[in-house]
Design a protein around this ligand. Sequence first.
Ligand SMILES: Nc1ncnc2c1ncn2[C@@H]1O[C@H](COP(=O)(O)OP(=O)(O)OP(=O)(O)O)[C@@H](O)[C@H]1O
Length: 271
Amino acid sequence: MNTVAIKPVAATAGAASGNHAPKVVSQGVKVFYGEKEALHGVDLDINEREVTALIGPSGCGKSTYLRCLNRMNDVVEGCRVEGSIKIDGDDIYDRRIDVVQLRARVGMVFQKPNPFPKSIYENVAYGPRIHGIAQGKNELDEIVESSLTRAGLWKEVKDRLDKPGTGLSGGQQQRLCIARAIAVSPEVILMDEPCSALDPIATARIEELIDELRENYTIVIVTHSMQQAARVSQRTAFFHLGDLVEYGDTSQIFTNPKEERTQAYITGRFG
Ligand SMILES: Nc1ncnc2c1ncn2[C@@H]1O[C@H](COP(=O)(O)OP(=O)(O)OP(=O)(O)O)[C@@H](O)[C@H]1O
């Protein structure tokens, strides 16, 4: 069988530790766009402080599922979600949930870097300020510095914090967006094809960063690149036509898939 070569970004990457508790528990998740059922009842537990990759052919429902985790589907006209999603036991679709708070808890990084048309400093300071996380300028400065440091960008931007975020390179902009997500102390970070607009060097930098971030955050990443899934994730979920076909340790999914459809996809026979 022609399987995907696994070359982790770091010695420990790609290896499932096996002792991480579920952070996100999804049961029977169905998503409808109008009459069309795009997800057919997904049961998926996402472990804390691991990277979970969502893979599958175009249109299989990866992004739809990802958007359920911070209720981004709420803003999609005609979209309806059924089933249950709990984060640390809290039902995130409960009527009492404050969606703004949820999105601080579950941050998101998009395919195309989308910094605000503001300075580098303001891009990172904006979230902590509106969520009242920082008490005063000194604390805000500290959050900006630590977020940019964690995103691996501080050294490159510390002398130009007042310059526009949009003036950075694509890879730097994506790291700025990651710093912006980190600044509000999320527990979960969702990434929807975060490297698809980046060159190989910027991609490698983001992959290293993802590997570092999993020490503190639970990360869910949608990717079209099976090599990327193999490099950065500990667990992989394979979707096809709205079904979660198979979910397991990344090494098992790529070397010894149980389902015929998974095997066909990872060996390039469809998709
Ligand atoms: N806003 C929408 N309105 C109607 N249908 C939608 C909408 N968004 C997605 N869909 C449909 O839902 C299904 C799943 O789409 P989704 O974008 O989640 O797939 P995906 O696996 O992320 O695809 P890709 O890899 O191409 O991004 C597809 O059939 C798609 O056409």
